[in-house]
Design a protein around this ligand. Structure first.
Ligand code: PMP
Length: 419
């Protein structure tokens, strides 16, 4: 009888907005942004097509532009030796490993890459995932549970936030780089939880600033918490040999429990990794869902990452050039009275212009002059800190920077007079 009733009962009434994708809040937000850009006479600043390799220069819309929007910090994407490593891997292994590494996807290059990453961190082992985002989601999501606590910098990347949410752990943000506030949270909350994980980044990609690592280590040790450092933007960038925040502050590798990084930036490939002690890495290798239930890195992605990592250590001059050119950009920008926020002048330098419309207009105008730089708009940052974000690479030249800052100053002066 119950079956019969269900067949004849009228279907529930559902408001149309719950059945249409164009009524989804996300779509509404995009539509609003497009309308704002249209009213300002600007094109959508997103999804610009780069028609070749994106290095210090890049072809956009058929025209060679100066490029400050890519993470090719050490110039390895496009390096003939790195390209060759990818081509050789395809010739040998084909284009897919066709299974999770746990079952049939394991190839020699996977462990070679992981061994080299572990050595770079002086860690016991490392494991590489197919994406940086998936690395954080899977690692946090798997390691922690509802009785645990994640304390993270308020500016932490979305992937760590999503991982923390997935884990079901309690999650509390502390003010950016504020180790005292973190200490206070631990004093208050540590005893109520089992595992506690503190998550910070090695180099924050919106501001180009770094955490005071020794202070975070002292705090995590005192409270018996784990510390995880996301080195997406600091590996290949910080330290005399590009070995990251560890080298920058000269700390022992084991002082940080979980080193995380990406293969997509300095290492010119795609993917992410965790480096740390053998028990941590082995747990993830056998059980982290984004590793266990996902295909292994294609060999033609693992091989160029390994080649870039090898070359990075053989050619420390690249890191030195990156440091020199970033510092030059920071100093010139400051001398011109531009607001570079808290950037330490290594690879990432924001120029804070104070509102989203101006940031979008400047980015649009610079592109018309053949200079590609991404605007960062509200709500990605608070409205008053809307900015242009410059990513520097070792192949940028002083002349390119002079041209860029000169053009930016002209546009800023033009935009302060009514048109
Ligand atoms: N962590 C941080 C700090 C990032 O900035 C990013 C992406 N830019 C990721 C993780 C995700 O890495 P991927 O893009 O390699 O997936």
């Amino acid at each position: 009888a119950a079956e019969g009733e269900r067949d004849t009962a009228p279907p529930a009434r559902v408001a149309e907005r719950f059945t249409r994708f164009d009524a989804h809040p996300g779509y509404q937000q995009i539509a609003m942004m497009r309308e704002g850009a249209r009213r300002l006479g600007l094109t959508d600043p997103f999804f610009k097509v780069h028609e070749g390799n994106a290095g210090a220069t890049s072809v956009i819309g058929g025209r060679e532009c100066l490029n400050f929007a890519s993470y090719n910090y050490l110039g390895f994407s496009g390096d003939p030796r790195v390209n060759r490593a990818a081509c050789d891997a395809v010739a040998h292994y084909g284009t897919s490993v066709s299974a999770s590494r746990v079952v049939a996807g394991e190839r020699p290059v996977h462990r070679q890459l992981e061994r080299a990453l572990a050595d770079a961190y002086r860690a016991e082992d490392a494991v590489a995932f197919v994406s940086g985002h998936a690395t954080n989601v899977s690692t946090l999501g798997y390691l922690l549970g509802p009785k645990d606590l994640v304390l993270h910098d308020e500016y932490i990347h979305n992937s760590a936030l999503v991982g923390a949410q997935l884990s079901g752990a309690r999650r509390i943000a502390f003010p950016h780089n504020d180790s005292e506030a973190l200490d206070a949270l631990l004093i208050r909350h540590r005893h109520r939880f089992e595992r506690v994980l503190i998550v910070i980044e090695g180099l924050y990609s919106m501001d180009g600033d770094v955490p005071e690592l020794p202070r975070f280590i002292e705090i995590k040790q005192r409270h018996q918490a784990w510390l995880m450092v996301d080195e997406a933007h600091s590996f290949g960038v910080l330290g005399g040999h590009g070995l990251g925040l560890r080298e920058h502050f000269q700390v022992d590798s084991e002082a940080v429990d979980i080193w995380m990084g990406t293969l997509s930036k300095s290492l010119a490939a795609c993917g992410g990794y965790i480096a740390g002690c053998q028990a941590l890495v082995e747990t993830l290798r056998y059980l982290a869902p984004g590793f266990l239930y996902s295909v292994g890195l294609p060999a033609q992605v693992a091989a160029p990452a390994l080649e870039a990592l090898t070359l990075m250590q053989r050619e420390p001059d690249r890191v030195a050039r990156l440091h020199e050119i970033s510092r030059y950009f920071l100093e010139r920008a400051r001398a011109l009275g531009l607001d570079t926020g808290h950037s330490i002048g290594t690879a990432v330098v924001p120029i804070i212009v104070g509102n989203s419309a101006l940031a979008a207009r400047l980015s649009h105008a610079l592109l018309e002059h053949g200079i590609n730089v991404q605007p960062i708009l509200h709500p990605a940052v608070p409205e008053k800190s809307a900015r242009l974000r410059f990513f520097l690479g070792c192949d940028h030249t002083r002349q390119q920077i002079d041209t860029t800052l000169h053009t930016l100053m002209e546009e800023l002066e033009g935009s302060s007079t009514p048109r």
